[in-house]
Structure formats: C-alpha cells, structure tokens
Design a protein around this ligand. Structure first.
Ligand SMILES: [Zn+2]
Length: 327
C-alpha cells in the first residue's frame, strides 16, 4: 500500500488539513491555528495534530509526521507551483517571498511536495471529487470576502506566465463601477464578494429602497453577514432578493465572458456567498446565457461547488498524490 499524503489549506487564522491513505480515502481531517508570521510554526502545529496511529506502516518511535509520502499546501496569493514559491500573499504576510518546498522539508523531511494557490487547489479538489468530476475543462469562481478564480483546461490547472492566471474576481465589468480593493473600478469582486455585497446592502438601506434590508442592517449593525441577507431574501423580502439578483447578474456577465473565451464543460460557483444558491445562481445563469455566443455553449452548466470549506485542503492532498503517482 502507498503511504498517506497530507493536504493543508493555510488561511490567515486557521490551517485546515486532511490526510488521505494510500487508496485516496480520507482518514483524518482537522484544523489548527495558523501563524501568518511563520510557515515553520504553522506546519509544526499541523504535524503535531496528526494522528499517526491511522497509518500502520510507520516506525513505532518515529515523529508524528513520519511515514507521510507527500505534503500539499494551499495558500492565498501568487504561487509558483513548480518552484514551490509563494510571492505576494494577503493573508500570510510573514510567508511572502518564501520557499514553501523548503519550509515543508524542514518540518516533514524528505517528502513529495506540492504548492498551489488556494482557489486552484479547491478547483482541483472539485475537479477530482466534487462538482467537476469527469470534466476536462472547468472554470471555478469562489465568492468569499473577495472573489477568487481558477481554470482547468485539458485536465491541467492554468498558472500563467507570471503565476497570476485566474484572477476572475478582478475582471472589470463596469469602468464606472464601485472601486475594488485592488484599486480598479467595477471588478466582479466589488459586486459579488461578501464585502461588496454588504456595501451594496448598506447603500440600499440608506437610500430607502429596501426597508427590510434597512431593518436587518440596523438590527445586526457591524455583524451583518451575507447569510443574514440570504435568509431575509429566502423569506421573500424583495429588497434582499434584488441585492442577490444584482450580484448574480454581474457574476453572469463574468461567466458569460469566460464561457465565450474558454468554452468549459462546467462552471463551478463556490465560496460563502454562493450558499445563497439560486438567489444568485439563477440571475447569473440568465445573464450568462444572453452573453454566450455559441448555441451549444448556452447550456453550459453553472453549478454550486460540492466540497465546501474542505475543498482546498483536499485538493492540495490530491495534487501531491498525483505528483507521487506520476510516472
Ligand atoms: Zn479588483
């Protein structure tokens, strides 16, 4: 039997991990606090949380991480998967411009290594075990605080010449639109990320256009979430429904353009905002259909992600396992 592999999704506050056995079955999942200042401390914390009794072939007195065949890491930011290099990273300032292959080696020894951008990793997980199973060509858009993206063509993640491919969240949809965190106006993120959506909700509340949203915003104050807005919309509040419809139309604009360029088999929408489901997906599908040129491609399925918040850790483990199994 092959040895187990570990996948770790390192966020700014938590590092989620999954261990797959040699058959690819999940044998442990967990999470530890991450240290945005130190890759070594974070990886050591993960190593300490592993349960090596789950894999029988280890040396009895070896360290807890002994016996792993490979370690895959998923991080937000610019990642060079060939060199194991992390460039700019918004959540992990102390990890920037560092050699993650070396960091993994210092904690886990001589194991196979893979490093990927977190959304690419989640997309790889979805492609292998989730909403993209069986597809060669996929696009994923992750609607979180910000908006991330990833593309798989011919079963390969597209990285780009400067490791910057897949920034779907920063596709400019309206040069007159609200200013995005990146400084450009009218990016998809400024409409369909949770920060953008909450901003739009507060604006609608102020303008008096959405009394239900206004009451909710006053009740929740700074704790208002897109989940709260989705519940209000599900209860039939038209102001809240309109907020998701507007975000969904912008998302559909991006999806329609991407389908025209890439012609994927499926488009996967993930992230916390996507938990609003058809509130955002139906307007997205309608808008995308209008934009998509090829008659056959108008039917491209636009589907919710299936793996939830564990997708990136699973994808990282599958990426390193695929490397291990390479000829
Ligand atoms: Zn932007």
């Amino acid at each position: 039997m092959n040895q187990p592999v570990l996948g770790v999704d390192v966020g700014g506050t938590r590092a989620k991990f999954v261990v797959l056995d040699g058959e690819g079955q999940v044998i442990q999942t967990g999470e530890v606090a991450s240290d945005p200042g130190s890759a070594a401390r974070t990886l050591a914390a993960v190593a300490g949380a592993l349960d090596p009794s789950l894999w029988p072939d280890r040396e009895p007195d070896a360290s807890s991480a002994a016996g792993l065949a490979g370690v895959g890491l998923a991080c937000a930011g610019v990642v060079d998967p060939d060199r194991g290099w992390l460039g700019r990273s918004p959540n992990l300032p102390g990890w920037e411009d560092s050699d993650l292959f070396a960091a993994v080696g210092r904690v886990f020894g001589n194991v196979d290594r893979a490093v990927a951008n977190d959304v690419n990793s989640a997309l790889y997980g979805e492609a292998r075990r989730g909403a993209g199973r069986g597809c060669r060509d996929l696009v994923m858009i992750a609607l979180g605080t910000g908006v991330g993206g990833g593309v798989i063509l011919n079963e390969r993640l597209i990285i780009g010449a400067h490791c910057g491919a897949g920034e779907i969240g920063h596709m400019v949809l309206d040069p007159e639109g609200p200013v995005c965190t990146c400084g450009n106006p009218g990016c998809l993120e400024s409409y369909a990320g949770s920060v953008g959506l909450l901003k739009a909700a507060r604006k609608a509340a102020r303008d008096g256009a959405a009394p239900g949203v206004r009451a909710l915003a006053e009740e929740k104050g700074p704790d208002l979430t897109t989940r709260d807005l989705a519940l209000l919309a599900e209860a039939g509040d038209q102001g809240a429904v309109a907020l998701f419809a507007a975000a969904g139309q912008r998302l559909g604009q991006a999806v329609g353009n991407l389908v025209n360029i890439l012609d994927p088999e499926r488009v996967i929408i993930g992230g916390g905002v996507a938990r609003a489901g058809d509130l955002i997906l139906e307007p997205c599908r309608r808008t995308a259909k209008d934009i998509i040129l090829a008659v056959e491609a108008k039917k491209t399925p636009i589907v919710p992600a299936e793996l939830g918040t564990g997708a990136a850790a699973l994808g990282a483990a599958l990426l390193v396992a695929s490397r291990e199994n390479a000829p």
